[in-house]
Ligand binder design. Structure first.
Ligand code: UD1
Length: 430
């Protein structure tokens, strides 16, 4: 089994380049099948969730050509099926984006029900409510969700909860429906805006993305485009916390500082210095950081995908902190791993009550999901000894070259797949 082996204790120092946003890329890749002309997507992160979606698209006849590591050329004029049921698709949450994309283009779609990270029950009722409002029939049986419509007609849709997935899915289907659609209580995340901008670059008419009311005037068909994906807010945030937890000094490059405001604000409150530039941020932590309170919220609030990273950092900050998770109910499973390292964290309902300790100790850890996995790596970087993190497949779903990027900042971390390699690492780092 592949693991990361980490010797902590080094402050991270240097520059790190952030990749394209995984969650925007998933929506944009799926939406690219809606055009019959060639679509070029740039700044695509090379992570397993993206590569799985590409394989699933290829399984229905989409031609995907890799121009370089981060650029693909997509041609969807030869799609031979609207049923996406490859071995791949069940592994990722964003498989549901194929529903909105294919329903919009072909008025018909069937997709094996989504998997993804186990961070709580993840209903899709708002997606189906939206498709139905556009006139589609939706059925769920034998682990598949299928939808079809004779005509897709625009409608007024109020989302009962703020959901990124349903906002994007409905936006895609409505973009090729007849007439006008309004999505109220829409999600405002940067990747919702990025997918809307991408659809508009193919000829869609979508206004208001980034606010809670999105207005879509359906068009008949899309043309080709070349589009570059926005930087990854969560990868950037993770490296910001990596700097904070190791008392480092890191320049996070190729980012949109505006997207990181809620994260920067918390780090400043905790005692970090943050310098903002046009497309980069410098995070410096020169002393022991202090406690804070935070509640995860839809954008522009503090992201749920940054919750494990802030809890982990607060575990060694001075004082008592409270972190409340308001988006997913099962997102504190990694806390047991931190407890093994000496953290004092009590989970009560949807809050973690954290009594900061002066240091964590090294341990053998297991990544329970993508973001918690990254947070455990940060925890290991903050200890003096040697730790291992198992189940790194989760981390690789969303972080490109994570160990390599950390190493470039001075971290001692290696990906290994045998005891022998761990021994070699221990010998090397002394
Ligand atoms: C996306 C992100 C994920 C992030 C989350 C919240 C992708 C691939 N994943 O997930 O990394 O943590 O946004 O920012 O982009 N809900 C319903 N009914 C629905 C849909 C959602 O009740 O039909 C609820 C969910 O249970 C959750 C909340 O709405 O409590 C937000 O979920 P949503 O924004 O849809 O998350 P995802 O799109 O799955």
């Amino acid at each position: 089994m592949e693991q990361y082996v980490i010797k902590g204790g080094n402050p991270l120092v240097g520059d790190v380049e952030i990749c394209g946003a995984k969650n925007a890329a998933l929506g944009i890749l799926a939406a690219s099948v809606m055009s019959d002309e060639s679509v070029i997507i740039e700044n695509l992160p090379d992570v397993s969730d993206i590569n799985i979606l590409i394989k699933a698209m290829q399984s229905i006849g989409v031609v995907v050509e890799h121009i370089d590591r981060h650029t693909v050329k997509i041609n969807s004029s030869m799609i031979s099926s609207t049923t996406v049921d490859s071995v791949y698709i069940k592994k990722i949450r964003a498989s549901y984006y194929m529903l909105g994309a294919l329903l919009g283009k072909y008025r018909k779609a069937e997709v094996a029900l989504p998997g993804g990270c186990n961070i709580g029950s993840r209903p899709i009722d708002q997606h189906t409510k939206g498709f139905k409002a556009l006139g589609a029939d939706v059925r769920i049986s034998h682990g598949h969700i299928s939808t079809q419509a004779d005509r897709l007609v625009g409608n007024h849709i109020y989302l009962d909860v703020v959901t990124v997935g349903a906002t994007i899915n409905i936006m895609m289907a409505a973009a090729l429906a007849e007439g006008k659609t309004t999505i109220e209580n829409a999600a405002k995340e940067p990747h919702v805006v990025d997918v809307a901008n991408f659809l508009n670059s193919m000829g869609a008419n979508i206004k208001g993305a980034g606010t809670d009311v999105i207005r879509i005037r359906g068009v008949e068909k899309f043309h080709g485009t070349t589009y570059s994906i926005i930087p990854d807010q969560i990868e950037a945030g993770t490296f910001m916390f990596a700097a904070a937890i190791t008392k480092g000094d890191v320049m996070i490059k190729n980012i949109i500082p505006k997207h990181l405001e809620s994260i920067s604000a918390k780090l400043i409150e905790m005692g970090c210095q943050i310098e903002e530039f046009d497309e980069s941020l410098r995070v410096v932590a020169s002393k022991r950081l202090s406690h804070t309170q935070v509640k995860t919220l839809p954008y522009p609030g503090f992201p749920t995908d940054m919750q494990p990273q802030i809890v982990t950092t607060l575990a060694i900050c001075e004082g008592m902190s409270i972190v409340t998770e308001s988006i997913f109910e099962n997102r504190f499973r990694y806390v047991d791993e931190l407890t093994k390292m000496g953290a004092k964290i009590k989970v009560e309902g949807n809050s973690a009550i954290i009594e900061g300790v002066s240091k964590l100790t090294s341990s053998s850890l297991s990544a329970p999901d993508l973001r918690a996995g990254a947070a455990l790596v940060l925890a290991a970087l903050a200890t003096e000894g040697i730790s291992t993190v198992d189940d790194v497949v989760y981390i690789e779903r969303g972080y490109e070259d994570f160990p390599e990027k950390l190493r470039s900042l001075g971290a001692l971390i290696e990906k290994v797949s045998s005891e022998q390699e761990i021994t070699k690492f221990k010998f090397k780092v002394g």
